[in-house]
Design a protein around this ligand. Structure first.
Ligand code: 87F
Length: 547
């Protein structure tokens, strides 16, 4: 990547990836786009055509955009879901994606939960620059070494080379910590607790996937400094609990809170905790978010010192923690089905879509009025309801359209409903239909939305739990791995043994590694040995292939 100049400033230009995987995705993206744009016009186009066409043409019920089944080809299914649900648009730089309102609104909902929670903990928002000099970036050599190939650089402004190349932040430790050193003098300056909402760039070369592995992504990164290790330890767990809530309470995705192995932890830190999700369809674990205790490693490097109340010099204890737009991808993978996206009501931009079902000679004006009043009533009660009044699409087409977009609940109102003063509610998660009296509309809708949120979590948990396999021996481990299980095994907690397991399981699908050792540990009974080394087991640990 290099910067190219225009009259208005510095731009980044990237060579197209030679990696066939990347090219494949782009080709696939354009095919998807073609497929989608030909037979099924977007809502905008639909409105325009309905305004201009003299004769209103009602489209026949055709099969909507989803062509691949989740069980048949998970990767292609995922690409279809994120595009057809209008969350993602592919972009002409491999690994970069447009987050459309449908995706951004989910990100904003998570932000609206997380931001006030960290503020209650005394954490303040700040914003540090996107760019970092080579000098500063390389300051913490050990930390940056393994990551160096992923750092993107700006080397030009207009036609001239920059005097020194400037990196784009892949994370902000080295950007922030020189200023932590400047701002922290005495114990009264502690704790210093900052967070920033921003984008970061990591020029990944392995299989880019929308939300899950993209070259630019959104995240929050928290960076805090304390006088004592105890305070830092406590915060690590408080943040981890917030991450659990993001996944479980909002995205309805079950996660395991745990500690990373020495091999898998952030090398620059003291220890790493994470929430880990699991994708049953691929049998892969996925790190959902991380909360690190950095110890005093960065304090040493950046000389972040302070004078305590007795006038003695000390070094700060630091943490850093982040969750990213990956959260959205995990949600899509866990809940989505053959009809498309399935959104938990708490994060759905539209929670309820109301669809008029006019029959030939029915009183369409009365049906429309009933629909409008239902939407109004729901909106007033705080339910995010929307009305699909488009006249050039059949009700059946609309059902599939909104199902593909993941809307949790659909309301149908037809002549017979009108006669009986009732509406029909159809759940996206189970497909269950129920007729309710109009007088109980708000109450019933609220009840069902809560039940959908709960059901999505419970179903996901049941499916995940059904994949967990407890093993004690190497043979059991290999069988479970080949059966795409989330493996739970007693382990000696030795780095060399994990390296050995990785080496022995290396193959086309990637090696198995530790996901985390759950904070909630079952007892290690007398005589329990490590499944891989036969040495005495020290902890129970989750293993598997991962994203
Ligand atoms: C890629 C390029 C350069 C991960 C990188 O997890 C540097 C890095 O430091 C890098 N990829 N990391 C580790 C990030 C650690 C840490 N940073 C703050 C977090 C939470 C938020």
């Amino acid at each position: 990547m290099r910067a190219v100049g225009t009259s208005s400033g510095t731009f980044l230009r990237c060579r197209r990836s030679k990696n066939p995987l990347h090219q494949g995705k782009n080709t696939q993206a354009s095919l998807l786009f073609l497929f989608f744009s030909l037979p099924f016009p977007s809502p905008d186009m639909a409105t325009k055509s309905s305004n201009t066409a003299k004769k209103k043409e009602v489209k026949k019920e055709t099969k909507l955009g989803m062509t691949v089944k989740k069980d048949d080809n998970f990767g292609e299914w995922y690409s279809e879901v994120v595009v057809h649900s209008e969350m993602i648009e592919y972009y002409d730089i491999s690994g970069c994606y447009i987050l459309r309102p449908q995706a951004m609104s989910i990100w904003e909902t998570l932000q609206k939960f997380f931001d006030p929670e960290i503020k209650k903990m005394g954490i303040e928002n700040a914003y540090f620059p996107l760019f970092v000099t080579e000098n500063v970036l390389q300051k913490e050599k050990d930390h940056i070494e393994g990551f160096a190939p992923e750092v993107a650089w700006v080397t030009k402004s207009g036609k001239s080379d920059l005097e020194v190349p400037i990196a784009i932040r892949p994370t902000s430790e080295t950007v922030m910590y020189p200023y932590f050193a400047k701002w922290i003098r005495g114990h009264r300056d502690l704790p210093l607790k900052l967070n920033q909402w921003c984008n970061v760039v990591r020029w990944e070369f392995s299989n880019p996937t929308p939300f899950i592995r993209s070259r630019e992504f959104l995240w929050q990164e928290g960076h805090t400094a304390f006088a004592t290790k105890e305070e830092a330890d406590q915060e690590v767990l408080e943040i981890l609990e917030l991450y659990r809530r993001v996944y479980e309470e909002y995205l309805a995705v079950p996660v395991i809170k745990g500690r990373k192995s020495e091999l898998e932890k952030f090398a620059g830190g003291l220890y790493t905790t994470s929430v880990e999700a699991f994708i049953p369809h691929t049998g892969r674990g996925i790190q959902g978010a991380t909360s690190h205790c950095l110890g005093q490693n960065f304090a040493k490097m950046f000389q972040i010192n302070f004078e305590d109340d007795k006038g003695e010099k000390g070094m700060v204890w630091q943490n850093s923690w982040a969750y990213s737009s990956r959260t959205i991808g995990v949600m899509v993978m866990v809940h989505g089905d053959d009809k498309g996206l399935v959104l938990p009501p708490k994060v759905a931009r539209v929670q309820v879509v109301v669809i008029p079902v006019p029959y030939k000679d029915a009183d369409t004006t009365a049906i429309k009025a009933a629909c409008e009043s239902a939407v109004k009533e729901l909106n007033t009660a705080g339910v995010r309801a929307d009305l699909d009044t488009r006249e050039n699409y059949s009700p059946g087409w609309k059902y599939s359209h909104w199902e593909m977009k993941g809307v949790p609940l659909r309301i149908e109102i037809g002549p017979r409903d009108l006669e009986k003063s009732q509406v029909r509610l159809v759940r996206r998660d189970t497909g269950a239909k129920v007729d309710v009296p109009m007088t109980e509309l708000v109450e019933k809708v609220q009840e069902i939305l809560m039940s959908i949120q709960e059901n999505l979590f419970n179903t996901a948990k049941e499916k995940r739990d059904a994949c967990i396999e407890k093993v004690h021996t190497w043979d059991e481990f290999m069988t479970a791995l080949n059966n795409k299980k989330l493996i739970f095994a007693p382990w000696c907690d030795e780095k060399e043994v994990e390296e050995d397991v990785k080496a022995r399981t290396k193959g086309d699908h990637g090696a198995a590694k530790t996901l985390c050792s759950p904070l909630d540990q079952p007892e290690i009974t007398e005589g329990t040995v490590c499944f891989a080394s036969g040495k005495p087991a020290k902890k129970w640990t989750y293993w598997g292939r991962s994203y």
